[in-house]
Design a protein around this ligand. Structure first.
Ligand SMILES: NC(=O)c1ccc[n+]([C@@H]2O[C@H](COP(=O)([O-])OP(=O)(O)OC[C@H]3O[C@@H](n4cnc5c(N)ncnc54)[C@H](O)[C@@H]3O)[C@@H](O)[C@H]2O)c1
Length: 281
């Protein structure tokens, strides 16, 4: 693979474009919103500058990454000649399906279609395409240029050569690849959300303070951050919706959002982004 198009230049898309360009791929960052593309490109430049200032990125890598990066606001131009498209648009099934449908017209037939969805069924996204075997999930973590994990999701139809190419892409971009079946919550969200919901139930039952519950996992299990602080960072509303979805899809009440969580969301205590959650930010 040599040319990679990243669609959606937001939180995740600009990061994915950055690591692809740093790995030497000819990378195009596309967004339907021209300002978003510009913001994304500015963030990449700022990240690279910071990396150089901190001694984590060499001057050569910075210059080479910028030379390998272009931007586009025309989907046809972005997808022309692409070997891989990575989609990072909002978490809406119909939007992702519509995007890949139009990419089917613009991208070469050999081009791999990857989605950065954090919860949707990858097979569901692929179901509208003439060739669903070219679709795979590439679940990156935020911030993309720092987080080491790439959770790859394969459907029953994903071709072996598509997976092999994505493994290679993960390796070249410096990520540790795990391969997971297209099951609700994949590996990361399923375990992470389960822990978060149980921690909230423990607060509800007065087992311990949020600080002490988090300390239990940080010091006792070496988690870098406790489940309640992490819930604050992700957003209580976002996690609540994932919990509802997983409880339904997996038929497991462990994912059911506790009453305390629903009350906090209703009261606007969404965590870091609102200034108040289990912690004051
Ligand atoms: N934010 C995270 O921490 C995180 C982590 C893992 C996975 N994800 C997943 O990554 C995806 C993107 O999330 P994000 O947080 O980067 O979103 P975001 O809102 O920051 O960015 C989305 C971008 O997509 C653009 N966009 C919308 N519709 C488009 C279209 N049809 N064509 C082209 N561009 C379009 C928007 O203009 C916006 O710039 C979602 O599926 C999300 O679930 C997010």
């Amino acid at each position: 693979m040599q040319k990679i198009a990243v669609v959606g230049a937001g939180t995740m898309g600009h990061g994915i474009a950055q690591i692809a360009a740093m790995a030497g791929y000819d990378t195009v960052l596309f967004d339907s919103n021209a300002e978003a593309v510009e913001r994304g490109a500015d963030k990449i430049a700022a990240n690279l500058d910071k990396g150089v200032a901190r001694g984590k990125v060499t001057e050569e890598t910075r210059a080479s990454a910028l030379a390998h990066l272009t931007t586009a606001t025309d989907l046809g131009a972005a997808a022309a000649g692409a070997d891989l498209v990575v989609e990072a648009i909002p978490e809406k099934l119909e939007w992702k399906q519509a995007l890949f449908k139009s990419l089917e017209e613009h991208a070469p037939t050999h081009c791999i279609f990857a989605t950065n969805t954090s919860s949707l069924s990858v097979a569901g996204i692929a179901s509208v395409l003439a060739d669903p075997s070219r679709v795979i999930g590439t679940h990156f973590f935020n911030p993309v240029h720092i987080m080491a994990l790439l959770e790859v999701i394969v459907t029953e139809q994903t071709r072996d050569d598509v997976l092999a190419n994505i493994r290679d892409f993960g390796q070249r971009t410096g990520k540790e690849v795990i391969v997971v079946k297209d099951f609700p919550g994949f590996a990361t969200s399923r375990l992470g959300v389960c822990l978060g919901m149980e921690a909230i139930r423990m607060v509800e039952q007065g087992v311990a303070s949020p600080e002490d519950i988090d300390k239990a996992m940080v010091l006792g299990y070496r988690h870098p951050v406790g489940p309640l602080k992490l819930t604050d960072m992700v957003g209580l509303d976002v996690r609540m919706h994932i919990g509802e979805y997983l409880a339904k899809e997996l038929g497991n009440s462990a994912f059911e959002p506790p009453a305390l969580m629903r009350e906090m969301v209703e009261a606007g205590k969404l965590g870091k982004k609102s200034g108040q959650g289990f912690y004051s930010w």
